[in-house]
Design a protein around this ligand. Structure first.
Ligand code: SAH
Length: 251
């Protein structure tokens, strides 16, 4: 049995209870060493075999799982954040399907949610944006033709850009063609880690400020007026609004 586990954004206390129980009981652990906080593995079983997937290719990862399965051992495959977001875990699941190896997926706190938490902001403000776009800049992985940053930016929705902080100059130049230049931007480096950094700015100056802060990777860029202070109050808690659970008062 293989358990894919979302290890959360960094702070080991943000691992789910379910994920922790599985990691602590696993015979074999394969973790994404470039981003998973090693403290997440602090209570691993004595004698557990631990592999860092940063230095392994897909075949090698699957081989470790296959050998473990043949011996009846339980493997924890530990991904950063939630494996469903840029986790490259679909290809692993498909290989396991072909090999007839059973697996499960335990979700985790994605870095984009940890980022909202450390910024103390809500992505979906009434009257500002009710849509969140998670995307990335084109790198070695090409973007599908209808998902170019400029196309997505036309919506002026809340936008969260992964894996791209090294391309902030180009990113802000593209975004300025669709958002107002003074649209607020925050870059969060290593959200919830001890060395977390937050840089604020707008589409005209964020690239410069992030360069000054020395941030080159492991950061999310979040863009949109949700970072500002203008919005409408929610209907959910509006005292004149009747919901399924609460009768509104007439004023
Ligand atoms: N599955 C992960 C994302 C993996 S892709 C998740 O759900 O968060 C790796 C990218 O995620 C990094 O380049 C960076 O853009 C972002 N990232 C991961 N952890 C982060 C953190 N703690 N703070 C800020 N960005 C992070």
């Amino acid at each position: 049995m293989v358990s894919f586990i979302g290890a959360g954004p960094g702070d080991p206390d943000l691992l789910t209870i379910k994920g922790k129980k599985i990691i602590d009981g696993a015979d074999v652990i394969i973790y994404a060493g470039s981003l998973v906080n090693p403290q997440v593995l602090a209570d691993a079983k004595e004698g557990a075999r631990i592999y860092n997937s940063a230095t392994m290719n897909l075949d090698e990862v699957i081989e470790v799982m296959k050998e473990a399965e043949a011996k009846g051992l339980h493997t924890a495959r530990v991904h950063t954040g939630d494996p469903a977001i840029y986790g490259a875990h679909r290809e692993q699941m498909d290989r396991l399907d072909r090999l007839g190896i059973p697996y499960e997926v335990i979700p985790g706190v994605s870095s984009f949610l940890a980022t909202a938490a450390v910024l103390k902001k809500e992505y979906t403000l009434p009257g500002v944006s009710q849509t969140v776009i998670l995307t990335r800049m084109e790198g070695r992985t090409p973007m599908p033709p209808k998902e170019k940053l400029l196309d997505l930016a036309q919506h002026n929705a809340t936008m969260i850009i992964f894996l791209s902080v090294g391309m902030l100059d180009e990113m802000s130049e593209i975004l300025r063609q669709a958002y107002q230049p003074e649209t607020p931007v925050a870059v969060v480096y290593k959200a919830t880690w001890e060395d977390q950094k937050i840089v604020y700015g707008d589409l005209t100056n964020i690239a410069e400020r992030v360069k000054e802060a020395g941030i080159k990777k492991t950061a999310l860029t979040v863009v949109g007026k949700f970072l500002g202070d203008e919005y409408e109050l929610s209907k959910l808690y509006d005292k004149t609004f009747t919901t399924e659970f609460r009768k509104g008062v007439t004023e």
